[in-house]
Design a protein around this ligand. Sequence first.
Ligand code: ZN
Length: 480
Amino acid sequence: MSTERYEMVVGLEVHVQLKTRTKVFCGCSANFGVPPNVNTCPVCLALPGALPVLNEHAVELAVKAALGLGCRVNPISVFARKNYFYPDLPKGYQISQFDQPLAEGGAIVVGQTGKGTDIQIGITRLHMEEDAGKSIHDRYPGETAIDLNRAGVPLIEIVSEPDIRTSEDAGAYLRNLKQILQYLDVSDVSMEEGSLRVDANISVRPPGQVKLGTKTEVKNMNSFSAVEKALESEFARQCALLDSGGKVEQQTLFWDGTRESVRPSRTKEGSHDYRYFPEPDLRPLMLDAKWVERLREDLPELPDERKKRLAEEYGLAATEVEQLTSHSALADYYEAVARASKDGKGAYNWVMGEVQATLRASGEEITHFRVRPADLAQLLNLVRDGTISHTAAKRVFGRMVDTGKPAAQVAADEGLLQVGDEGAIATWIEEVLLEHPAEAKRFLAGEKKLQGVLVGLVMKKSSGRADPKRVNQLLSARAG
Ligand SMILES: [Zn+2]
């Protein structure tokens, strides 16, 4: 394999849409899903004389993202015009930041922390910019339509150092980045909806060589696994090219997910000279140090800290913590159940078991889940104190999902309160023995291994209400 003679060198550029109500330089709504060009005004349509006004909330979210990624926030940053012509860019330039970005010098750790396999991927810079509009080529035959709803929506661009050496590390970097931004609540971070987009710069070099090879830029990947596949494919292409005596040409490539290969872009995007210059309509962005410090103090607990704390506080294994922290809302739900029930392990089993299965089936979000943490905790408590059996608990849970009623009420309504009463259990046992004479005969003659079968039948007869411990005791007594 020619790929073994080379090392992959990757840097990623990630565009993230900030979760603001309005656009970054005008008051238009930043919402998705409205008819084309509804969310527009003279500013984002670039009508003559219209001036941009910076959205303070967008700055706040961008600074939070920078702090959460361990970046140094610059007290002064400068908006710049990035000049290029494209139909979806009415001004003929994009307002971005160039030589004085909002923040610099953060990092994301990939690999399992503490296992000696972790690698630090540096973040070169994080800057603010506006999104462009969207060209629609498939709506009117032979014509291109423009939707400017997205023009002026606030973005941050997060540029990594070329520290990534494998496609798996690229995937891990992106998954961690997404999780941190999601915990910070600065973006919806959805690749499907376009609020997180990834471009990859990739080059190859013989291992040990310091100088970087010529890079290509790969675009148009719509999932993290597509990024991983595209990097493998482009890596193999560059290696084969060098091995056959060719040269890698600096160019922009598009990932074709259906053919699983890259193809050159029709325009020579890589050769643009953007001729950046400071945006004359916006003053330099000066941030008050105290305001930045306050944002830093108010940062929520981030994924790595939370994993560590959950493992210690609730005695969970690393894999369990990993599952629970995949989404901050899931971890919030779990913690509320675990605290109220004082049963970390039981809460884990229920949340990752029944709760997740129910959510998967209905497609609901946990934040809107009908069974609230306090109600689930009550169910756990009812099982622990023997009021209802494990079997009955699953039925109670199902009814809680359907009705939204608390556990104790459902158990009472459905007649699922556990029966420990000896008389009732003895009656169920007699009935089962009568209905299954062959098994009864063998059991009473000393065939102990049939006891489990009979307990199951008694539980079924009692609709899960019999206390299985008492059933076992009484059956043992009968067998002598
Ligand atoms: Zn507007």
